[in-house]
Design a protein around this ligand. Structure first.
Ligand code: NAD
Length: 440
């Protein structure tokens, strides 16, 4: 169906709900066809999407493919490989009082019409990966890209209807007014990725209709560096994880926690790692991104006074360039430590040692990710037992989210619910309990 004039949110939802009621989205064949079409959309139009991501965020083509386009293709392939298995009903033992001929099992039912609201930082991946899960679970989907990544939003609004079943999948573009109007409608699930302030607005709106939500939020993800580690390896991995997408990654290491002696030794290692990755002038590196808009640029440059600059610090508002920056001697209550940085500034905060680090982490909001660099099994075990975070990464930031069989999500202030792979099926389905007792 073509819709020359934009439909009202109520009409979009009613249209998709009517499709869902016909049962069209439920057969596995419909789901796998949609996933294959989505895969084709990505492979046919990879260059266009990469260009849009470059326009919005200065992402290099290699990074756009690695972190958004190919990432989503892998998620689709993993889902296509395993979907039949994941959807298989699971039998449950029946108690003796029901008799030997009774059977019980659970089966996954699609929820209905799902709303996916995406942010601007990985504007393709963070819209499409939840859509993969929602379709794989047999739902109709309204996809709302971020207005702060307008080129990617426009590309997805053009491409998705060209490839997918438009009676079951709709893209609604727009910002606060459009999203507010959508949120007034009754959905069967709302999947929101973004910040906690809007997460609360989403949850309040969902409560009106008793709609379940997944909130994929952010926060400050610490990186603890133990003494006696290979600091060149640590610095290389920290720099790659932190400065990808110019630090605008929800699971980027937000700050480093370490003891004073290790901090002093880590500083030159971080300088070397930045130079190795981006050269002495990162503004000339094709691999280094830009800040999404002036508002975030101004917010980030306002945080640069929070410590001594070890490397970076220079910026250019006209191109929204902010150099990969490391700050040392940062006080725990300085501005850069009071909010999620979400940009290319890496503060180093010192603590006396492991106990101090655990106190520091547990005294703050539960992070989306916690990274630990240590050679000690005891340290790993203590951190695993004594802290809570969405994910725990030993030795390598960010990489956990590329493991399709791990759930991706937060806890506490960093969110609720999870997805990727089979966890998307859990999120976008109702696990129905069924009991069967023969009549004769
Ligand atoms: P954003 O500004 O693009 O907002 C996200 C979405 O919320 C957009 O689609 C936007 O239109 C919508 N929105 C904004 N204000 C709204 C309102 N008042 N009512 C209804 N909808 C509204 O993105 P953002 O929030 O700046 O994203 C950055 C945050 O997202 C960071 O905190 C980051 O850590 C987090 N994040 C989390 C994940 C994750 O997977 N956990 C991934 C990426 C980003």
């Amino acid at each position: 169906m073509n819709h020359p004039t934009p439909e009202q949110p109520a009409d979009v939802v009613a249209r998709l709900r009517a499709t869902f009621r016909t049962g069209r989205t439920k057969p596995v064949e419909w789901r796998t066809t949609q996933l294959r079409r989505l895969r084709e959309m990505l492979t046919d139009n990879g260059a266009d999407l990469a260009a849009a991501l470059h326009a919005d965020l200065g992402k290099s083509s290699a990074e756009a493919f690695r972190t958004e386009i190919d990432f989503t293709v892998r998620e689709i392939d993993h889902t296509l490989d395993h979907l039949a298995d994941w959807l298989r009903p699971e039998s449950a033992p029946v108690p003796a009082h029901l008799g030997e001929d009774a059977r019980a099992w659970t089966q996954y039912d699609p929820l209905g019409v799902v709303l996916v609201i995406a942010p601007w930082n990985y504007p393709a991946q963070l819209l499409l990966a939840p859509v993969v899960g929602a379709l794989a679970a047999g739902n109709a989907v309204v996809a709302k890209p971020s207005e702060l990544a307008p080129a990617t939003s426009a590309a997805l609004a053009r491409l998705l209807p060209a490839y997918l079943d438009t009676d079951a999948v709709a893209v609604v573009e727009g910002g606060v007014p459009e999203t507010t109007a959508l949120l007034a409608e009754r959905f069967d699930h709302i999947f929101y990725t973004g910040n906690g302030t809007v997460g609360r607005i989403v949850m309040r709106a969902a409560a009106e209709h008793l709609t379940p939500v997944a909130l994929e939020l952010g926060g400050k993800s610490p990186a603890f560096v133990d003494r006696d580690t290979d600091l060149d390896v640590v610095a290389d991995r920290l720099v790659r994880g932190k400065f990808l997408n110019a630090g605008q990654t929800c699971v980027a290491p937000d700050y480093v926690l370490t003891d004073p002696a290790t901090a002093a030794a880590l500083e030159p290692a971080l300088v070397r790692a930045v130079e190795t990755l981006f050269g002495t002038d990162p503004s000339q590196s094709g691999e280094y991104g830009r800040i999404v808009n002036e508002r975030h640029f101004d917010r980030l440059t306002g945080l640069l006074d929070s410590g001594r600059t070890v490397v970076g610090g220079d910026s250019d508002r006209t191109t929204k360039y902010l150099a990969p920056t490391v700050l040392a001697d940062v006080a725990p209550d300085s501005p850069v430590m009071r909010e999620e940085i979400f940009g290319p500034i890496l503060p180093i905060v010192t603590v006396p040692g492991l106990d101090g680090a655990i106190d520091f982490i547990t005294g703050r909001d539960k992070p989306l990710a916690l990274y630990v660099f240590t050679e000690s099994d005891d340290t790993r075990a203590r951190i695993a037992a004594e802290t809570s975070s969405g994910a725990l990464g030993h030795g390598l930031p960010l990489a956990h989210l590329t493991v399709s069989d791990l759930p991706f999500g937060g806890v506490g202030e960093s969110g609720m619910g999870s997805y990727h792979g089979r966890y998307s099926i859990e999120t976008f389905s109702h696990r129905k309990a069924v009991l069967e007792k023969p009549l004769s």
